[in-house]
Design a protein around this ligand. Structure first.
Ligand SMILES: C[S@@+](CC[C@H](N)C(=O)[O-])C[C@H]1O[C@@H](n2cnc3c(N)ncnc32)[C@H](O)[C@@H]1O
Length: 320
């Protein structure tokens, strides 16, 4: 194909109302086809066809994950530049864009409510659940190793659940802050920390996808088994970085890619694990770099999940 023909094909792909709406939605973060279908109010085959055209033209990228597929704006190349330019031209105040954003917020709110209901049910038994078939003990040893000898004034634990990370690392920080959106989890965390005599950590109800400025900043941010509940973990990393002091570090613990679809259908997971390549891309976009990576195979090799630990360092070249 000549360059002219190629350019015409790309412009054709972008030059359609639904496809422009899709580009604008993807500019706000990675989305699943399932959610995009709901937001646009069109049939799934139709939305998939639009997305395929955008992907073939290099404007978006596709990432298949179990029975779902996630889309985002292309990361590089002429298609990426054009997609971002078009979305910029669309502007924030465009009425159609605002309507789509409201629909996206409603879809996310419904998912959050479902996730919160599922966390409320397991709050009391979470500490038992969290250690099932995963090498939790080895992961905790590695987490302790990662913080050893580092002066940490403030540690922020995002999605603190029952506060296990605040408890594990209690000897390493001056002040600990745990945030979680589940009242039930927060209640368990509070009483557990009190029982353990950990008075220098506090837990608060809050949405980590929309961190309050009052959260402050920490030298260390922990996100332990939380990112897979988000459609766009990269976006959350960007948010979390706002709460990181310059030169600080994030410890991310999550599952390696897996195929256990029931975790999505029955346990509110959104992503079936996170790959090293995905994390490297999300970290870069958030102004962080991967300083270390380790993985821990399941204790029961036939049915468990591999757990990964990433140490992400604030990139001082990327200004806060
Ligand atoms: C699987 S638990 C992990 C808890 C803890 N980090 C641990 O590993 O024991 C995930 C936690 O993330 C919390 N969570 C999910 N979405 C959240 C959000 N948007 N804001 C705050 N917390 C959230 C849930 O309420 C839940 O307690």
């Amino acid at each position: 194909m000549s360059e002219t023909a190629e350019l015409v094909a790309v412009l054709r792909a972008a030059g359609e109302t639904t496809r422009l709406r899709l580009l604008a939605l993807l500019a706000d973060g990675e989305q699943s086809v399932k959610d995009l279908t709901e937001i646009l109010g069109q049939s799934q085959p139709r939305v998939s066809r639009h997305l395929k055209l955008l992907a073939d033209a290099g404007l978006v990228r596709r990432n298949a994950e179990g029975a779902w597929a996630y889309y985002g704006l292309a990361d590089e190349g002429a298609g990426s530049d054009l997609a971002r330019w078009l979305v910029g031209r669309l502007g924030e105040a465009d009425p159609e864009r605002q309507r789509d954003r409201l629909r996206l917020a409603a879809v996310r709110a419904a998912q959050q409510a479902q996730a919160a209901a599922s966390f409320a049910k397991v709050a009391d038994s979470w500490d038992l659940l969290r250690s099932l078939h995963v090498a939790e003990e080895a992961v905790e040893v590695a987490i302790l190793g990662a913080v050893d000898g580092r002066p940490i004034d403030t540690l922020i634990d995002l999605g603190t659940g029952t506060g296990r990370m605040l408890e594990l690392l209690a000897g390493h920080y001056r002040r600990g802050v745990g945030i979680d959106s589940s009242r039930e989890m927060i209640a368990v965390a509070r009483s557990k920390l009190a029982a353990a005599g950990i008075g220098h950590a506090q837990v608060r109800l809050g949405d980590i996808a929309d961190l309050e400025p009052a959260t402050g900043r920490g030298e260390l941010i922990v996100i332990h088994q939380v990112l897979h509940y988000f459609d766009d973990p990269g976006r959350l990393l960007g948010q979390a970085r706002q709460a990181l002091r310059p030169g600080g570090e994030m410890l991310i613990v999550d599952f390696a890619p897996h195929g256990l679809e029931f975790l999505r259908t029955h346990h509110a997971h959104r992503r079936l694990g996170l790959s090293e390549a995905q994390m490297a891309g999300w970290a870069r976009a958030a102004g962080l770099s991967v300083a270390a990576f380790s993985s821990f195979p399941p204790t029961n090799a036939t049915e468990g999940l591999t757990v990964c630990l990433w140490r992400l360092r604030d990139d001082p070249r990327d200004q806060h």
